[in-house]
Structures are given as structure tokens and as C-alpha cells.
Design a protein around this ligand. Structure first.
Ligand SMILES: *[C@@H]1O[C@H](CO)[C@@H](O)[C@H](O)[C@H]1NC(C)=O
Ligand SMILES: *[C@@H]1O[C@H](CO)[C@@H](O)[C@H](O)[C@H]1NC(C)=O
Ligand SMILES: *[C@@H]1O[C@H](CO)[C@@H](O)[C@H](O)[C@H]1NC(C)=O
Length: 179
């Protein structure tokens, strides 16, 4: 009798393991809409992430983000949403993941955040300009981004005497130009 119980316990265990093995589903990459975002700094933004159908087994569909990490284990879509996008780092790794058992699939969203300058000021280093002498002008551009995509152009009001400079800045570069 004891052997019988022992053996039926083994059978149950085996069936349990077998069942788990056969139902471990592979994941597919979740669909993100839109796949890329161009957002002005401070504006709202949202991206929908979805899967075609619910897996048979436990799953998680969720977002990897610096500001908001919504997730679901009952729905087939989950929305990433911010009222005001003010984290520049969001552009480095917004990702939707879909985990089924030990399998994980991901889809990345390409995010570009930009900001128009608060102020552009032009000033002369000296108050007096002497004919034939060199002079220096400063152009200051405040709170603009992203810095690595920025270019600044100098041009004169008189189109016959253009003296334009295109300059690229690094993210940390303080835009100070003299010419
Ligand atoms: C997200 O996308 C899925 C699939 O296209 C759609 O069924 C769902 O309604 C969308 N969710 C929202 C909030 O738009
Ligand atoms: C998605 O982003 C992650 C982290 O930024 C990166 O490691 C991965 O290679 C990217 N995947 C694709 C398919 O671009
Ligand atoms: C100077 O720049 C202006 C504005 O971009 C342009 O219309 C003009 O053709 C340029 N003139 C010369 C001489 O390059």
C-alpha cells in the first residue's frame, strides 16, 4: 500500500513537470506604436505596446523607462504615457518587454527630445568699433537641446558679405562663439 502511494506520487510529479515543460511558450517581440517619437521637451508623449494574443501561461507585458514603468499580466496591451516629458535620459532606453516564463522579448522605441532656446542674445565685446580693426561678437543661446544636434550659423545682413560659420557642439559644450 505504501509503495502504491509512493509510486502514484511520483507519477503526479512527473506529469506536473512534463506539463510545465510542454506549456513553456516562446515569446514574440511586442509591437510598439509608434516605433519612434519626436517630442518637444515638456510635451506629453505616449506609446502603445501590444501582443497579438494572450499566452496560455503567466506573462508580463511592461515598460522599461526612466519616468514611468506601467505593466500588465492580464491585458494584451499597455500604454506608456507621460504628461510632460522632461527627462533627457528617456531618449537612451525606452523599451517594451514581454516575458513568458523564462523567455523575454523586447522592442525599443527611438526617442528624440528637443528644446528650442529660451533666449538668443547677441552682444559686442567692445562698445566702439574702429574701421579696419578686428572686433568680437558674442552669441549666447540659452537652454537648447540636444547639444550634439545643434548647429549655429553666423551671417551678415548684407548678403554680398557673408561670413557664415557652422558649428557643432557636444552635449556639455557651452555655446560661446566669437568672430
Ligand atoms: C493598443 O494597441 C492595441 C493593438 O493594436 C489595440 O487593441 C489597443 O486598443 C491599443 N490601445 C490604446 C489605448 O490605444
Ligand atoms: C534595445 O536597447 C537596448 C538597451 O538600450 C540594447 O541593449 C539593445 O541592443 C537594443 N535592441 C535593439 C533590437 O536595438
Ligand atoms: C549669404 O547668405 C544668404 C542667406 O542664407 C544667401 O541668401 C546669400 O545667397 C548668401 N550670399 C553669398 C554671397 O554667399
Amino acid at each position: 500500500m505504501a509503495v502504491c502511494v509512493f509510486s502514484s506520487l511520483l507519477t503526479v510529479l512527473c506529469v506536473g513537470l512534463y506539463g510545465k515543460y510542454t506549456y513553456a511558450e516562446a515569446c514574440t517581440d511586442p509591437v510598439v506604436t509608434p516605433a519612434s517619437l519626436l517630442v518637444e521637451y515638456g510635451d506629453p508623449a505616449e506609446v502603445n505596446c501590444s501582443i497579438p494574443s494572450k499566452p496560455e501561461t503567466d506573462y508580463t507585458l511592461g515598460w522599461e523607462s526612466k519616468t514611468s514603468q506601467p505593466a500588465t499580466d492580464t491585458e494584451t496591451s499597455v500604454m506608456w504615457k507621460v504628461d510632460s516629458l522632461t527627462n533627457w535620459e528617456e531618449a537612451d532606453g525606452l523599451q517594451c518587454f514581454f516575458t513568458v516564463g523564462s523567455n523575454q522579448c523586447e522592442s525599443n522605441v527611438t526617442v528624440t527630445i528637443y528644446k528650442r532656446p529660451d533666449r538668443v542674445t547677441l552682444s559686442s565685446v567692445s562698445d566702439v568699433w574702429v574701421e579696419g580693426d578686428q572686433t568680437e561678437l558674442w552669441c549666447e543661446i540659452e537652454n537648447v537641446g540636444p547639444g550634439h544636434k545643434l548647429s549655429v550659423r553666423w551671417s551678415r545682413a548684407d548678403p554680398k558679405h557673408n561670413s557664415s560659420t557652422f558649428t557643432q557642439f557636444s552635449e556639455s559644450g557651452v555655446p560661446r562663439l566669437g568672430k
